[in-house]
Design a protein around this ligand. Sequence first.
Ligand code: HEM
Length: 469
Amino acid sequence: MEFISPTVIIILGCVAVLLFLQWKNLRRPPCIRGWIPWIGAGFEFGKTPLEFIEKARIKYGPVFTVIVMGTRMTFVTEEEGINVFLKSKEINFELAVQNPVYHTASIAKNIFLKLHEKLYITVKGKMGIFNLYKFTGQLTEELQEQLQNLGTHGTTDLNKFMRHLLYPVTVNILFKKGLFPTDERKIREFHQHFQAYDEGFEYGSQLPECLLRNWSKSKKWLLALFEKNIPDIKTHKSAKENYPTVMQAVLDLLEMEANEQKSPNYGLLLLWASLSNTVPVAFWTFAFVLSHPNIHRTIMEGISSVFGTAGKDKIKVSEDDLKKLPLIKWCILETIRLRAPGVIARKVLKPVKILDYTVPSGDLLMLSPFWLHRNPKYFPEPDLFKPERWKEANLEKHAFLDCFMAFGSGKYQCPGRWLALLEIQICIILIFYYYDCSLLDPLPKQSSLHLVGVQQPEGRCRIQFKQRK
Ligand code: HEM
């Protein structure tokens, strides 16, 4: 009988260990690839993407990859993966969004990469916490102006109402006072095109424009609107406010960088970013408050104690007034927690290890704030609307609750977050100061059709309003 020499056994053992280690290192997360090449799991995923993610997590575990339209998306849903998403130097925001930016705003990838950081710093500075006070007076005035058109009483669709209020206010503040049309027909056109652009944004960010005719028409209409108005925005000096608007600061930077021809395209991006999430969040906050009578009553009492009971005169809202009404801010944040964006994305630059898996470079690493906010480990009783949980947050120091990720994370988290909160706070104060309101329909369901941005309502939701005496 022949024996294998001990040396050979040792060598074979070493080879086996090496192969095992290599296999372990290259072990990729479970992958859902569908059965049609390139399209991958596109059809299943596209039907209800939010539900798809949760079902996949239950079936495949905390890290899994989905192939959709040739793109590998690796989802992380638990601590270790989330830590990599938040802290690893091997993942990148700009490379993850350059493609969607190219498709939705026709900004070439090299221009986007060259200018992104400078533009981000400019926009963040203009809307940062220390400059916020500059917006308070103007927001209050613009909102009051819009509310005057509402009349003394009536019934209206809440979503439409929020659009009619916030489209003009946001455009006039971020771009130029008076830029939003006042003529009925033009207002209708703006609404129609912005809504079409917003609704098709997710498909528009992935598919060639020639496949989306109506969406493309609305995109061109909005670009033409900016093309026409850029010279005016640039030279406009407000009689009252003598500091440049956010868009004026962007235009100055583009001029310095010799990229003025892309001004309308950046105008379109700013317009979409400023409205697409803020309007539905205002809608949901209002609907949540009205469907919780105790909270509604406490808010009304708070507003009366700060501004008086009758609601006819124009009021001024100060930083101090806002501090006296913390429940309103908690309601907004609790709403954003419950209706948070479906996903945020980063590009993997070098392979990263998560649990026992290696996520290869080139993958999009995806985190779902929506599902993270529904994890009872981080948010007890996650499905309940509980504004009081925000008592725990150090909002004075501008910190949210741990694991609250609705505004993204890291270096490039949403630069408009403080402005969005301020705008909705003042909006709620003014509506409740002037009107008694009630819901005529049950709280609508949230649509699970979209992953980009916050969830939209599904079905109608009307309110009744009556001027307070
Ligand atoms: C409740 C309302 C809002 C929500 C939930 C929201 C959420 C987000 C999220 C999740 C991101 C991506 C961040 C990341 O991936 O880490 C983002 C980016 C951005 N947001 Fe917001 N946002 C809101 C309101 C606003 C407003 C009012 C503005 C402007 C006035 C704005 C301007 C932007 C811009 C310009 C970016 C891109 C930043 C970059 O390119 O680096 N957002 N937002």
